[in-house]
Design a protein around this ligand. Structure first.
Ligand code: ARG
Length: 299
């Protein structure tokens, strides 16, 4: 097992010094079957009113469809679902991965903290180098931290789940620059519910989810023609929670012309109905964790 002590950020790894770390030549994602998926508690506004409402067979079918669409464009690894961990299917929040190094999540809510040891075990046995996040400074993986297309800049959110203090700590795992964004709308409690940097240098985002300075930060980084703003109606259908590998985008049903707009920006869009997972507060992106480097994924 390779673990990096949290107390020694100065000994943080360089991507070039660990040649035996796992490397993927094709876009590769981790998924977790929804065998034990349900809405058993309320830790986000979407779960309220949806207790035990996801239809099991429909959820299975929707997940299977997402899996087969993703398999067209990427390799998929699986982690075993665990009984009693209904949110484990949302494996996108378990970690942030780059260059074979994994920053493990430290979930904000006790209901999800029990997922951590299973993810840790999976990453250990797959040979990843582990970067720990202290319990006191919550960090929710790709839910709240997203690399830009080239993988050399990190966008991280705070305000609802992930702590601001964990941004620098996580970015130190790769010695990367990090821009912090403040989320202010509880419906968009994770960065991946309202912000998606795309392979072609675009960003899909819902401005209303951010405070003013954060919006300004996004607008300073992406030229107007690279910004694809979504409406509140689109955002509440979780369109920003999309999977993007190169020119391919897989997302939940937008119920709008967003697929055409993304098409004009050069992307091939596949829409998958993920209604049963929206009841739990997640969509496509939340159901798949990127394992391959950003550059490989976006080539
Ligand atoms: N029930 C899960 C939670 O609240 C859902 C996570 C989905 N998250 C997302 N970013 N779409 O943690």
């Amino acid at each position: 097992m390779s673990t990096i002590a949290v107390s020694k950020p100065s000994s943080s790894p360089s991507s070039h010094t660990f040649t035996s770390l796992p490397h993927f030549d094709r876009p590769t994602y981790l998924m977790c079957h929804p065998e034990w998926y349900d809405v058993n508690y309320v830790i986000n506004p979407w779960m309220a009113g949806n207790l035990h409402r996801p239809a099991r067979d429909l959820a299975f079918a929707q997940w299977k469809e997402l899996h087969s669409q993703l398999q067209r464009i990427a390799d998929i690894r699986l982690i075993h679902a665990q009984q009693g961990l209904p949110d484990m299917v949302f494996v996108g929040h378990a970690a942030l991965v780059q260059h074979g190094i994994v920053a493990l999540s430290s979930f904000a809510h006790p209901q999800r903290q029990a997922e951590e040891k299973h993810l840790r075990r999976w990453f250990e046995s797959a040979g990843f180098l582990l970067w720990e996040t202290p319990r006191e400074t919550a960090f929710e993986g790709e839910g709240d931290a997203l690399f830009n297309a080239t993988g050399d800049h990190l966008w991280a959110a705070h305000g609802l789940r992930t702590c601001l203090q964990s941004h620098r700590h996580v970015a130190d795992a790769w010695h990367t620059e990090v821009s912090s964004l403040h989320l202010i709308d509880p419906r968009f409690y994770h960065l991946d519910t309202c912000f998606a940097p795309l392979a072609g240098g675009h960003v899909v985002y819902f401005p209303g989810a951010f405070d003013k300075p954060s919006r300004a930060r996004v607008e300073a980084a992406f030229a107007p023609e690279m910004r694809i703003e979504v409406t509140e109606a689109e955002a509440t259908r979780f369109v920003c929670n999309l999977i993007n590998a190169g020119r391919e985008i897989i997302m939940g049903a937008a119920g709008s012309d967003l697929a055409e707009r993304l098409g004009s920006a050069g992307y091939n869009v596949t829409e998958v109905n993920l209604s049963e997972f929206i009841r739990g507060g997640g969509s496509a992106k939340a159901l798949a964790l990127r394992l391959s480097d950003s550059k490989v994924t976006n080539a």
